[in-house]
Design a protein around this ligand. Structure first.
Ligand SMILES: Nc1ncnc2c1ncn2[C@@H]1O[C@H](COP(=O)(O)OP(=O)(O)OP(=O)(O)O)[C@@H](O)[C@H]1O
Length: 672
């Protein structure tokens, strides 16, 4: 029935698998049966108490057989034997109960260790462990119940042992106890079966849990490594994210600022556009005004020319300015015979010549310059006339007077000295300056210059040096060839001296250098009246051709600037021979000039222009709407009183002449 594993070492069930336990149990069952009774009997014979319950292995059949064991039949009153049998049974039952208790204890420890392992390994298995724990609790409960039952049985057995004498009663109670024990055995068997099933189930579950735990651990490690990678990636991403966020913040700030700027720019652009439109309107208005003004300027210029011309005509087309030079100390001039009336109507226009016995002779002219007058004072008075040449008129300015009276000083002066420049350089400078200032009105001027002298009724080209080389060569050429220059006037009233050098000039500097050269070549000679007397008429001609590209107006003016040779009474000059011939020629040509002027004044049919080279040359400038100005230069010294008187009388007669457009041919259509 039962087997004993006397020599088998105690099994540590916590380290043994369920298969090993089952194998041991089966092998134990195979060996059991017969020896159990003998062993118990032997123990009884000796002491059954000495048998170690842990050394015995009970099977289910052993327990059933023990519980179903019946009393052996013997002598009815052999109570002792019965008693012995009963004691033996009780002993074996006690052993069985002890074994069961041990078994339960072992199972309990196994379950506890399994629960401990489960609870210790994973928190995630808690739910399953709780289930297991509840199972274990129920098993514990059952165990506690069994413990209670066991203590009752033990108590009952103790009672039986204690109350041995009352055997009968006790037998009955023993039977009751037996029945009850049978009941308990059945219950125990059921419970045991239940516990075994639970144990197997728990074992299976434990295996599953272990597998799942391993899987879980593996998964956990994989997850942890993935988690670590993800964490590092997340960290890197977070860093990138935060730097990107900072960049985004900066960019957003910039964007905000740029948007503000854009808005400002839009506003300012709108303002600028509005201002631009206003400015455009304003410019258009200004352009219209400018066009009006330009038109007004052109019209005003036309009017100015017309008025200017009218004024000049009213003043007389031939005017006379008288200029008195100072006394010259180096010529021992001491007695001034010239005075100037101070009455309002005569102021600046009258001159008195004190003759013998205090008799004064009064002369009036368009202007009288006393010996204090500077070159610029004089030029101020003639500048308007010079302007007329730019307006397209023929203008002639000449100086008349006895030798040494200041003609050359007035006309040429000293071109290199700003304060002593004469009318010729000042007039030419003004012409060039004004022509430049008229450029903005559309005027373009072309200037041509020629310089000649008339000496002994012969024309000499003073710019010939430009074509050849030097001054001496020019003089030589002029005299050696004895060239006769022919004077021609075309139908437009322009004078042409054939073969005369004509130079295009673009600036005042250019023409002043030409003049200096020409003045050096001019024929000079010594007279009693003047150390360096000009023995020829010096004629500078500037032809002016102007075109206005805006209005297509054209003008052609001529400016003649003449320093005449000095008049001199033959008796006073003391000249003989060649000088005498010179003086006679000079006087002749001057007398021709006066004849022409007086013929024009008397409106005679025949005007003797051709009687001298000078009048022939100046013909277009003395007739028509041309403008002529004569300087009469006076020496104030008493020694020159007769010459001065002659000059003043001649000048007065000229001053009385009124040249007019009715005198000669009509104006050229190009002239305004
Ligand atoms: N307004 C003046 N102020 C100062 N000096 C003058 C003035 N006019 C003339 N003179 C001087 O008088 C002298 C004679 O002048 P200038 O040579 O000009 O006379 P002229 O009339 O040209 O003589 P000629 O007919 O003989 O050539 C010169 O020394 C000149 O400097």
């Amino acid at each position: 029935m039962a087997s004993r594993n006397q020599n088998r070492p105690p099994q540590n069930h916590s380290n043994v698998g369920s298969e090993d336990i089952e194998r041991q149990r089966v092998s134990g069952r195979a060996k059991a049966r017969a020896p159990l009774t003998a062993m118990v009997n032997n123990a009884t014979a000796g002491n059954i108490e000495g048998i170690d319950s842990s050394m015995i292995e009970f099977t289910k059949d052993d327990i059933e057989a023990l519980l179903n064991e019946k009393m052996k039949k013997g002598t009815p009153f052999d109570n002792k034997k019965k008693m012995e049998q009963m004691v033996d049974l009780i002993k074996r039952l006690k052993l069985c109960v002890q074994w069961c208790a041990n078994k339960i204890e072992t199972l309990h420890s196994e379950v506890e260790s399994a629960v401990e392992k489960c609870s210790a390994t994973e928190i995630e298995m808690k739910n399953k462990t709780e289930e297991l724990q509840s199972d274990l609790n129920s098993a514990n409960e059952a165990y506690r119940r069994l413990e209670t039952e066991k203590s009752i049985i033990v108590e009952s057995l103790n009672d039986t042992r204690d109350f041995n004498k009352e055997l009968q009663d006790r037998l009955k109670s023993l039977k009751d106890s037996q029945n009850e024990a049978i009941k308990h055995k059945e219950m125990f068997r059921e419970e045991l079966k239940k516990i075994t099933d639970d144990r197997d189930r728990l074992q299976g579950k434990l295996n599953e849990v272990m597998l799942e735990r391993e899987k879980y651990i593996k998964f956990k490690y994989e997850t942890y490594s993935k988690l670590d990678k993800l964490a590092s990636k997340t960290e890197a991403l977070e860093e990138t994210c935060s730097s990107q966020k900072e960049k985004i913040n900066i960019l957003e700030q910039k964007l905000h600022a740029e948007r503000e700027k854009l808005e400002m720019a839009d506003l300012s652009a709108m303002e600028t556009r509005a201002t631009f439109e206003e400015q455009k309107k304003f410019i258009r208005k200004l352009q219209d005004q400018l066009a009006d003004k330009e038109f007004q300027v052109v019209e005003g210029e036309k009017l100015r020319k017309k008025l200017h011309n009218t004024v000049l005509e009213l003043k007389g087309n031939i005017r006379v300015f008288c200029r008195v030079r100072p006394l010259l100390q180096d010529r021992s001039e001491t007695k001034m015979v010239v005075t100037y009336p101070t009455s309002i109507e005569m102021l600046g226009r009258g001159i008195e010549l004190e003759q013998n016995a205090g008799q004064k002779q009064l002369f009036t002219f368009d202007k009288v310059f006393n010996d204090d007058a500077s070159q610029h004072d004089v030029f101020t008075e003639i500048s308007q006339l010079v302007q007329s040449a730019l307006d397209g008129y023929k203008v002639c300015i000449f100086a008349y007077g006895q030798t040494g009276s200041g003609k050359t000083h007035t006309m040429m002066g000293r071109p290199d000295s700003p304060d002593l420049k004469g009318m010729i350089p000042l007039s030419l400078e003004q012409i060039f300056q004004t022509s430049q200032s008229l450029k903005h009105q559309g005027w373009n001027y072309k200037m041509q210059a020629s310089v000649l002298e008339i000496y002994n009724e012969t024309i000499k080209d003073l710019l010939l040096s430009n074509r050849s080389s030097g001054i001496d060569q020019t003089r030589a050429e002029n005299s050696v060839h004895g060239k006769q220059y022919t004077i021609r006037h075309d139908k437009n009233g322009n004078t042409h001296v054939l073969d005369l050098t004509i130079v295009d000039v673009c600036s005042a500097d250019e023409i002043s250098s030409l003049l200096q050269k020409a003045a050096q070549i001019r024929s000079m000679g010594r007279t009693q009246m003047n150390e360096q007397s000009s023995r020829s008429h010096f004629v500078v001609t500037l032809r002016i051709c102007g075109v206005n590209e805006n209005t297509e107006q054209q003008v052609q003016g001529v400016l003649n600037l003449i320093d005449l040779a000095g008049s001199e009474r033959l008796s006073r000059s003391g000249a003989t021979g060649e000088r005498l011939k010179e003086t006679q020629a000079i006087n002749q040509s001057l007398s021709c000039l006066s004849n022409v002027i007086f013929a024009l004044a008397k409106k005679e049919e025949h005007v003797p222009f051709r009687d001298s080279k000078l009048t022939h040359l100046l013909q277009p400038c003395l007739e028509g709407d041309s403008k002529t100005l004569m300087f009469v230069n006076i020496s104030p010294d008493q020694s020159s009183i007769d010459e001065s008187l002659c000059s003043l009388r001649f000048a007065s007669r000229v001053n009385a002449v009124k040249l007019g457009i009715h005198n000669v041919r009509p104006r050229h259509p190009l002239n305004v």
